[in-house]
Design a protein around this ligand. Structure first.
Ligand SMILES: [Zn+2]
Length: 433
């Protein structure tokens, strides 16, 4: 501990990082660990209580009820809780925010969500033990298990007086699975509060006990529109008639593939294509129709697709390359492409890596072996992506289980004590400096 203190004073981050690994548990930390071990049953009870409340993203009353349960528990850990309402037009419940303010250590932003993908019109499956160490129920894995890990970690730290002068915001969104539109409204408060903090920790499901998400890909959409001269098919390829819209669209998307498909972490999928003499496309329904004849050169094509990327730079570079391909029109054709931003990426940064190093030290100290960064391609986007540009971020500190987003999702209760200890010590080591 003394060595660590000296290095902190020198503010040599690089040294802090190297000695963060396996420093051994302090006396205080051992107390936290023992407390968590002895309160495992309470954690399972809280999980059961919250999983037995249906909180599909559109079930406004249910989401608020889960929020009340968590607020009750967070108040026990000395937090002040506030409900952030949404305008009626958003048709979502709102968010729970729990705060403590102090002067010690890093300012933390902990992320959970109250909602699940299971709406009230789907069959209700209560919390049930599948065997002596596995349970099923709505949201047990995604992510009420992670919410409970965060809350019990905070209670354990509070019980040892370790939260007295720290700054922590615990933010539970009410619409993670189906974000209220527009996102600029439903995530405005979330983003604003995150900007006040220094480190964000997401409690979405763990992918294995030794893997932490230090990066997640972002997503955006594109729409390609091609128009062309039309005429009798017998004239195609001539200077006068040109190549038609279908050949031009095929050229463009094939060149996207040959030019860009081998770039790591970059993917782009044309999900829909409509072409012919007369086309109709309805973007909001993701559907359309076409009329065309074999002997008519097609005058119109529309293609819509997505684009997934690891950094904003990668996104911009890909868009520039795609625009260049689109602009090289075949004779008699004209094409344009429009891009629309979706969820930003959580880029892998040195700051995120530093937090991973702290977690690695903790997992080794708890006898669980080293922790490594997960594959950014293996995760969908989540709430943390909206704020990743503003602070250091890690995700995947939540429950271990299987079958998220499907009836019968499961949580491994045997892992709950370890995951709660890891979360508590991470919060402690980041705030106790
Ligand atoms: Zn989730």
């Amino acid at each position: 501990m003394f060595m660590k203190y000296v290095f902190s004073i020198l503010a040599l981050t690089v040294f802090q990082v190297t000695i963060a690994a396996a420093q051994g548990l302090s006396k205080t930390e051992k107390k936290v660990v023992a407390y968590i071990q002895s309160t495992t049953n309470q954690a399972i009870d809280l999980l059961k209580e919250s999983a037995n409340i249906n909180s599909g993203s559109l079930n406004i009353e249910g989401v608020k009820k889960v929020g009340l349960v968590y607020a009750r528990e967070l108040e026990k850990a000395g937090f002040t809780c506030t409900w952030i309402p949404m305008p009626d037009s958003i048709k979502r419940a709102g968010h729970l925010v729990a705060e403590r303010k102090g002067k010690k250590g890093k300012k933390l932003f902990l992320i959970g969500h109250l909602d699940t993908v299971f709406e009230p019109d789907m069959p209700f499956t209560p919390f049930t033990m599948v065997n002596d160490s596995t349970a099923t129920g709505q949201g047990v894995n995604d992510m009420k298990g992670g919410d409970v890990i965060m809350i019990k970690a905070l209670q354990a730290l509070h019980a040892q007086g370790l939260l007295d002068d720290v700054t922590i915001t615990a933010y539970f969104t009410g619409d993670e699975e189906r974000g209220g539109e527009p996102i600029s409204v439903s995530r405005a408060d979330f983003i604003e509060r995150a900007k006040q903090a220094e480190v964000a920790i997401g409690f979405e499901g763990a992918t294995g006990l030794n893997t932490i998400a230090t990066a997640r890909r972002g997503s955006s959409d594109w729409k390609l529109e091609v128009t062309a001269e039309t005429g009798h098919s017998s004239g195609i390829f001539s200077d006068r008639a040109g190549y038609g819209a279908i050949y031009e669209a095929a050229r463009i998307i094939n060149e996207f593939r040959t030019t860009l498909s081998s770039e790591q972490y970059l993917t782009f999928n044309p999900g829909l294509i409509i072409g012919g003499s007369e086309i109709q496309y309805n973007a909001s329904k993701a559907s359309g129709s076409a009329i065309g004849k074999d002997n008519i050169i097609s005058p119109a094509v529309v293609v819509s697709g997505d684009l997934r990327f690891l950094t904003e730079q990668q996104k911009e570079n890909a868009r520039a390359a795609m625009r260049a391909i689109v602009s090289k029109s075949l004779t008699g054709t004209n094409a344009s492409i429009k891009f629309e931003d979706g969820i930003p990426s959580m880029a892998p940064t040195p700051g995120n890596e530093t937090i991973l190093k702290v977690i690695d030290g903790i997992s080794q100290d708890l006898g669980q072996g080293p922790s490594v960064a997960g594959n950014p391609g293996s995760r969908g986007a989540g709430d943390i992506s909206y704020i990743a540009a503003y602070l250091d971020c890690v995700d995947g500190l939540g429950a271990s289980g299987s079958g998220a987003h499907a009836p019968g999702e499961r949580i491994k209760l045997n892992d709950l004590p370890y995951l709660t200890k890891r979360a508590a010590l991470l919060i402690y080591r980041l705030t106790n400096k």
